[in-house]
Design a protein around this ligand. Sequence first.
Ligand code: FAD
Length: 557
Amino acid sequence: MNRVPMPAPPPFPTFAEAVNRSYDVLIIGGGINGTGIAREAALRGRSVLLVEKHDYGWGTTWRSTKLIHGGLRYLEHGEIGLVFESLRDQATLLRAYPDMVRPIELLLPAFRGDRHRPIVLDLGLTLYDALALGRGLPRHRRISPGEAARLEPGLRRAGLRAAFRYYDCQVAYPERLCLQTLQEARLAGATAVSRATVVAPLLDGHGRICGARVRDEESGAVADVRATVVVNAAGPWVDAVLRDLPRPPTRQIGGTRGTHIVVDYRGRGPRRALYAEATADHRPFFIVPWRGMHLVGTTDIPCADPPDDARATPEEIAYLLTEANNLLPHTPLAEADIAYAYAGVRPLPAVDARDAHDPGAITRRHIVRDHASEGFPGLISIIGGKLSTFRSLAHAAADAIDRYLAAPPRRSPGELPFVRSPVIVAMDDLPPQTADYLRQMYGPSLTLLMALLRERPDLRAPVCEHGLDVRGQIVFAARHEGVRGLSDALLRRTGVGWNRCLGLHCAVEVARLLGGELGWTDERIAREVEAYHHEVAATFTTTTTPALAASVDQAAG
Ligand SMILES: Cc1cc2nc3c(=O)[nH]c(=O)nc-3n(C[C@H](O)[C@H](O)[C@H](O)COP(=O)(O)OP(=O)(O)OC[C@H]3O[C@@H](n4cnc5c(N)ncnc54)[C@H](O)[C@@H]3O)c2cc1C
């Protein structure tokens, strides 16, 4: 295959440009699954429009634990097929995005009283290794309690019977993997527009789905977009989309809320990820190194509220802090060490009330549901689907789409012919830490960012004293990455919003920089800063930094 640098994707269209024609496929939702399906369908030669009501990656995709994992835990539920599929996708993503998706070592301690004895864990990990054959990561290894304590001095020693070292992968910025997937879809011919909400699916005279009514959230304009197939990839909002059908199908999604706290161990935290059983309820949880801090999560709580309102509760925060301290009593965290907390809703399949008592047991397998059997041919909903398996899901969904289209699909190349190797992009004189940060964030798109930084060395200056992002990323996001608002740039194109200060300190300055690119007036700049404060308040819970908490509370109103 001819390996070339990634070409610049075409400019993003306006709402009017995007909706003025008909398509083979209309995809609702710009999360990892919607963008994955757009990519695969476009690679098969289909004309595709993807509409996203807020910003690409804004939904659950952005609020995850950020692991590309094989799902070791699913083995205990006998979901061997799902584990195999996840590990195969993990290997694909490792090959395709070696900078963005990186191996991460995990330590799994086994304590007296845990649900699984060491021998069972050993057998499970042996099966995991066998299913993962060919992914090129080391096999698991059982180690003694003494060695575990040497590796992670913070670890509880009382009752420790053994520990296991094994590997999975981390995608530190899933929202950027989502964007990369979208850019690849666009390079393959797909069209995408954000701040565009599907308000109702459209039916033709025979009751067949023939498109959707879409509203531009900026101008309020409404348009009917014709498409042969409509894919409802709205994640936890799948039922909200279906609600507007004349005879809505039964509930598809039984969402569960998952919360993380982001904590600062001040240099004394674990060096590898820990995967352990909570002492309170024996649920599995992770402590994962991330951006110089650690993610502790997650919870799994049935959630009937609208997914837009998902916030970490004080009880969840207290639970996660307690469990982190139970596991690592020699490096205890205080409440003041919590930088912030965030929550998301898993779009899991709806289950009977009798099965809902154990959310952890609900299958993580995805379902591609064709609503033809409910009287709506042409409508497909995506239920479930993890970050880790979005490529497999996209294949299954594209197969379902193909069944509706008369023209045979083009053979999908799977991968586009971009240079993926981490060593090819010259990072000039950027500090090594910044260079590695940008590699991890941008993957194949890094060549395009570096071209801008070479042309404008002044844009290498940092955005915020609390992080590694440089000003050029903001300009790049405005020019090439479909940014419609300040929050898109701070929260989902760069890592500024994930800094300890949540990007609140530099919001005005970034709004001016972005506004210069997008032609914003002073009044628009002020509105964007206010909207950013609102989005931060709606997303993060912060109780420990009084000034920050005050400004977040003030924004919440
Ligand atoms: C706490 C937590 C931790 C997780 N950790 C992991 C992990 O470590 N690894 C892993 O593999 N998976 C993980 N997951 C699961 C994974 O994040 C999700 O399953 C996945 O991101 C779902 O992606 P999606 O594209 O289906 O949905 P979403 O990302 O939610 O995207 C749906 C999009 O649809 C848009 N939308 C909704 N309604 C409309 C409409 N009417 N019109 C237009 N657009 C609309 C929304 O704005 C949203 O952007 C985790 C999930 C949670 C909650």
